[in-house]
Design a protein around this ligand. Structure first.
Ligand code: MN
Length: 300
């Protein structure tokens, strides 16, 4: 099942090039802030499922290309992210602070991105206006948590997964020889977490560690890897994160980027494609408003 949120916070099932509106089966689905209804629906999915399937049988499909896709969970409780989780990415980062001494996610643990940085294909990525820093794409498999859980051993961790999605972890790079800014800030600009275009439920993914992960900028292949090369796999990441805090239904876990990161600029089209999960294209533009804080490079 591929579950999308679209237009005015409606909920749909995607089949091929069509979307079936099943909003009537989702309690509380509405544009009212905060759009927490998908977090609740994911928590209650097993009991909602008969209503969802009923709504699907009576829905009239519309072309997927005719709707505006929002993040498939617009308001998760948490967005958790793995740093440095592919060897070749650690190598390409070299001496940059985040991966200093070659430490991977196993040694560093995880970080958080602002949940308010989520965006969908319809809105895309908005780079801060007039900021001359380098902004990079990171192509990542996203895990959507399915149940409230704490201290989950890795052997049981995949039972806590609701589904998977595509995630671009947009990042303002630190620069050599300048002060290190907090990673959370550099990755939490509004729209810096494109998620989508839908959630593919876990029953459709045979093995989350055997998925090709590709990212294209303006049609050119920039990242081309496989989730088998993750250092800390999905199950171990859940074990790690749930050892620190309770994970909630709808929580998003970004599993880290493979090698091939690079800059994006206003006017670019960035496409991410993860085998069996989905593919989405997001536009990049400059934000309408300027930032009063300039993010100038500060000397160390
Ligand atoms: Mn990342």
């Amino acid at each position: 099942m591929k579950i999308a949120v679209f237009n005015d916070y409606r909920v749909g099932l995607v089949e091929g090039d069509s979307i079936y509106d099943i909003t009537s089966a989702i309690p509380g689905a509405s544009p009212a802030w905060p759009a927490i209804f998908m977090t609740r629906a994911i928590a209650d999915w097993q009991s909602l499922r008969p209503r969802v399937l009923e709504a699907r049988t009576t829905a009239t499909p519309v072309p997927l290309s005719s709707v505006r896709l929002l993040p498939p969970n617009p308001c998760p409780i948490q967005v958790i992210a793995a740093p440095a989780n592919y060897r070749k990415h650690i190598a390409e980062m070299g001496a940059m602070a985040v991966t200093r001494k070659g430490r991977s996610a196993r040694e560093q643990g995880f970080f958080m991105k602002s949940t308010a940085s989520l965006t969908g294909p319809a809105r895309g990525i908005e780079l801060p206006r007039s900021v001359t820093r380098r902004f990079d794409h990171e192509s990542e498999l996203a895990v959507i948590i399915g149940k409230t859980c704490r201290n989950v051993p890795r052997a049981q961790a995949l039972d806590a997964v609701f589904g998977y999605s595509c995630l671009i972890d947009v990042t303002m790079r630190i620069e050599k020889d300048v002060a290190e800014e907090e990673r959370v800030m550099r990755k939490s600009f509004e729209t810096f977490t494109p998620l989508g275009p839908w959630i593919t439920t876990a029953d459709e993914i045979a093995d989350p560690q055997q998925l090709s992960n590709q990212l294209f900028v303006n049609g050119e292949l920039r990242q081309d890897a496989n989730t088998r090369d993750m250092i800390v796999g999905v199950a171990e990441l859940i074990e790690l994160a749930s050892s620190v805090m309770t994970l909630y239904p709808g929580d998003v876990l970004a599993t880290g980027t493979p090698e091939g990161i690079g800059p994006i600029r206003a006017g670019d089209k960035v496409a991410i494609r993860i085998d069996q999960v989905g593919q989405m294209e997001v536009g990049v533009r400059e934000a309408d408003a300027g930032t009063p804080f300039g993010f100038e490079l500060a000397a160390r």
